[in-house]
Design a protein around this ligand. Structure first.
Ligand code: ATP
Length: 272
């Protein structure tokens, strides 16, 4: 079994199946997804609690990233991708025809595996989304820039070189800059798709500490290959296998007393 540091056991256990609406950020209902004829998600249902960290774990190809990408409709960009079921954010199905996808993606930000700053200054990277919204007031942008860089735990490292190109930062700094860019527009949900897999161990630790801080303000959903990382940063964990959600519970439960044999086999390293 994965050993869990007692310091991460910080939030009380939730009854995830009966989570009240006031504590639910997202509700996924009977979600099925096909890429062409290949089914990648099978009838996934779960409630993701507000202002906590939820991890999706499972072996390669089990559908973790696919499920994550459904939450801000990134799969809309994939040809032949067919989705049925619902994902409810504020009681509204994000797949309803009436939903403004650009607005959805402002509420549900995403950070990818490889840091992807734009070829611009640090400052312009952070305020990019605000400028897209038509905000050009210097004071407003300056304040948002500082607030976001502080929120992403990188302000002290970059405050004297805000107008330098973002490509001059290390990989770990670039990833925190990308997180600053994502939180500058004040989303509710942050989706992190293996955010540390391209980083060294020290940068990984810094990002993990940051993730723990982010949940004070945001609902965080993270896909990770790394079970120790899921154990360290998440409050609840969803174990997926071959497109199915096998088990979803508090992280402590998943890693110490899973109810499903498949979960136990995975976390004890029998496959994956
Ligand atoms: N754009 C796509 N077109 C067709 N099939 C896809 C596409 N994206 C993913 N798949 C397939 O869907 C299944 C789930 O993939 P997904 O990337 O969601 O898994 P994953 O659990 O995130 O894997 P990994 O841990 O390796 O990133 C896999 O069989 C994959 O090959």
């Amino acid at each position: 079994m994965i050993s869990i540091d007692s310091t991460v056991m910080k939030t009380e256990t939730l009854d995830l199946a009966n989570l009240p609406a006031s504590e639910t950020a997202l509700e996924i209902h009977n979600l099925n997804l096909h890429y062409g004829t290949k089914q990648a998600l099978f009838d996934v249902s779960m409630k993701i609690p507000k202002k906590r960290v939820t991890a999706f774990i499972g072996p390669s190809g089990c559908g973790k990233s696919t499920l994550l990408r459904c939450i801000n409709r990134m799969n809309d960009l994939v040809d032949n991708c067919n989705i049925t079921g619902e994902i409810r954010l504020h009681e509204q199905n994000i797949y309803d025809k009436a939903v403004d996808v650009a607005a959805l993606r402002r509420s549900v930000g995403m950070v990818f595996q490889r840091p992807n700053p734009f070829p611009k200054s640090i400052y312009e990277n952070v305020v990019y989304g605000l400028r897209l919204q038509g905000i050009n007031n210097r004071r407003e942008l300056d304040e948002a820039c500082e607030r976001s860089l502080r929120g992403a735990a990188i302000w002290d490292e970059v405050k004297d070189r805000l107008h330098d190109n973002a490509f001059g930062l290390s990989g770990g700094q670039q990833q925190r800059l990308v997180i600053a860019r994502a939180i500058a527009i004040e989303p509710e949900v942050l989706l992190l798709d293996e955010p540390t897999s391209a980083l060294d161990p020290i940068s990984t630790l810094t990002i993990e500490e940051l993730i723990t801080e982010l949940k004070a303000k945001y609902t965080v959903v993270i896909v990770t290959h790394n079970m120790q990382q899921a154990a360290r940063v998440s409050d609840q964990t969803a174990f997926m296998y071959m497109g199915e959600l096998v088990e979803y519970a508090d992280t402590n439960t998943i890693f110490t007393t899973p109810s499903q044999r498949k979960t136990e086999d995975y976390i004890t390293g029998r496959y994956g």
